[in-house]
Design a protein around this ligand. Structure first.
Ligand code: G16
Length: 549
């Protein structure tokens, strides 16, 4: 293969000029902003993906074009490393440098720096697979990406419209084919077959839970969930897919979807369930899921990522014990958004080690890899479970001494296949929750009784520059703007069981404020007091967030 053709890059890049006066940042999940500002970024990410593949001896790199839970007019792009992980953090700074190079000459200079810094063999083959969600801006951005990939001479594979986790899955499959870590058939059908077969095994002999209603956020999850259910017999799972309008502009994530339901703690538009019924919401690219139900008194009850993580963690711990495999250690990873009650339940009742890391799968995933079985879930519904190679081999090769042990081992084997270990996956997580409900023969209401959430509230504050906010202590403490944390602490002190923290979002142009307290009224007061403080002292714009004061 020839070396990188820098002249070609200069010519091609001129077709994708960087807008003046825009500073791009690589955030929680790649680049994300208004779609019409992303053409040059996506072109350059194509080049970056080619370089990353070259660096990793031609392993396949994934590129996903999506803005997940964001508004429909936004879009974004993120890289997937060979085993489904997010782009290695040591490359994020270079990704930003590439995106911010103003001219074609500067762009080439940055590429040369990356080649030198990582000692990249320019003649190495590079292979990239890419996909997009259903956003109207997707096709044009795919063309920009393809231009970037051609500029760097990559072998390209268009995976079409997919959920983000499907791209992670197939990237991992392509890179593990024929190895002891072989992850599965690298096709969309292979993904459905793997999940459906595993679900069948996981619920073998158990009666079917009641039907599940799913709000698909009018996104890609709608088509893919319907496809998945075609592989699963209605006798073992009945799913009713709602909010599945991917054609009408403006509907994606609008008053629906996992983020809307979690933030507003209410039913999404287009879904009316009755007492005793349960439902779930996916987000725009189907990598998050939250559940909920209507209680007997008619109140809405959220079963979010913390609850799903706790349910899954306790189920797995019980299976590991029942299988006689107590040597396997299980741990849970959360972020600062985890409800205080969930952490208390896991540590004090379940006696499971719990780690807290900054927001973002890239942090949770790596922390979870430290356990034999690492359960990670963000409160917003993004999460999965990782089985180490040692645990995988042990579970695969173990033989139970009693029928009960054998049954538990077989269910663990099924779960290892059912869970998309490459990244949080709403479809795989949906099957996981349904499998647990079937095995326990519990309703969601019964699962919800494990612990009671502390009332909590999330508020977004729009500020002139969110990048002035710097945090430490897994994002629980503000370092900058100087002095603000002290004022937040003073507010928190006034409330029983009060807790609040402030951090800049890495996916939206906002600052997020989280608060908990003993009652909902106090919690709302605390959240909006802190949000007001941020607004007043750190360049708030738009309206002051004071709904409850
Ligand atoms: C992404 C990340 C998640 C993160 C979320 C919100 O999710 O993958 O780990 O929790 O953004 O991040 P932030 O609070 O920084 O905006 P998604 O589903 O939007 O891709």
């Amino acid at each position: 293969m020839a070396s990188i053709n820098y002249d070609k890059i200069k010519t091609d890049a001129a077709q994708h000029p960087k807008p003046q006066d825009i500073k791009y940042t690589h955030g929680t999940a790649g680049f994300r902003m208004k779609a019409d500002l992303l053409d040059s970024v996506v072109y350059r990410v194509g080049i970056l993906a080619g370089l990353r593949s070259k660096k990793l001896d031609g392993k396949v790199i994934g590129v996903m074009i999506t803005a997940s839970h964001n508004r429909e007019i936004d879009n974004g792009v993120k890289l997937v490393d060979p085993y489904g992980e997010m782009l290695h953090q040591s490359w994020e700074g270079y990704a930003a440098q590439l995106a911010n190079a103003q001219t074609e000459d500067e762009l080439v200079e940055v590429i040369k720096i990356i080649v030198k810094e990582f000692d990249i063999d320019e003649t190495m083959t590079s292979k990239v697979i890419y996909a997009r969600d259903t956003r109207p801006s997707g096709p044009a951005l795919v063309m920009a990406l393809e231009d970037g990939l051609r500029s760097i001479g990559a072998e390209i594979n268009d995976f079409g419209i997919k959920t983000t986790p499907q791209l992670h899955y197939v990237t991992c499959c392509l890179n593990t084919q024929g190895t002891e870590k072989s992850y599965g058939e690298p096709t969309e059908a292979g993904y459905y077959k793997k999940l459906a077969n595993a679900y069948r095994r996981a619920v073998e002999g158990k009666s079917r839970p009641s039907p599940l209603y799913v709000d698909s956020a009018n996104g890609v999850g709608a088509i893919k969930l319907k496809e998945l259910t075609n592989y699963i017999d209605k006798d073992i799972l009945e799913v009713i897919v709602l909010n599945d309008d991917i054609k009408t502009q403006g509907k994606l994530n609008h008053l629906c979807g996992a983020d809307y339901v979690k933030t507003n703690q209410r039913l999404p538009l287009g879904l009316n369930i009755k007492a005793g019924e349960r439902a779930a919401s996916l987000d725009g690219d189907a990598d998050r899921i939250v559940y909920y139900f209507i209680d007997d008194d008619g109140t809405f009850k959220l079963f979010d990522g913390d609850k799903i993580g706790s349910l899954a963690g306790s189920f797995i711990i019980d299976l590991v014990k029942a299988a006689g495999l107590e040597g396997i250690n299980v741990g849970v990873v959360q972020t600062a958004y985890a409800n205080g009650s969930s952490t208390h339940y896991l540590e004090k009742v379940m006696k499971v080690p719990v780690s807290c890391v900054p927001t973002g799968v890239k942090y949770l995933h790596h922390e979870a890899e430290k356990f034999d079985i690492g359960v990670y879930f963000e409160a917003n519904g993004h999460g999965t479970i990782l089985f180490s190679l040692t645990a995988t081999k042990l579970i695969r090769s173990s033989k139970g001494e009693t029928p009960e042990q054998e049954d538990a081992i077989e269910r663990l084997r099924a779960l290892m296949e059912l869970i998309n270990q490459t990244v949080g996956d709403a479809l795989s997580d949906l099957l996981l929750v349904e499998a647990i409900l079937a095995n326990r023969q519990w309703t969601l209401k019964r699962c919800n009784e494990a612990y009671k959430d502390l009332p909590n509230r999330l508020v977004k504050v729009i500020v002139t520059d969110r990048h002035i906010f710097k945090t430490t202590n897994a994002e629980r403490t503000l370092v900058e703007p100087a002095g603000l944390q002290g004022k937040i602490d003073a507010l928190v002190k006034k409330y029983k069981d009060g807790r609040s923290f402030v951090r800049p979002s890495g996916t939206e142009d906002v600052v997020r404020v989280y608060a908990e307290a003993a009652t909902q009224k106090e919690c709302d007061e605390l959240a909006y007091s802190v949000a007001g403080l941020v607004y007043d002292e750190a360049g708030g714009t738009g309206g002051r967030p004071d709904e409850f004061l």
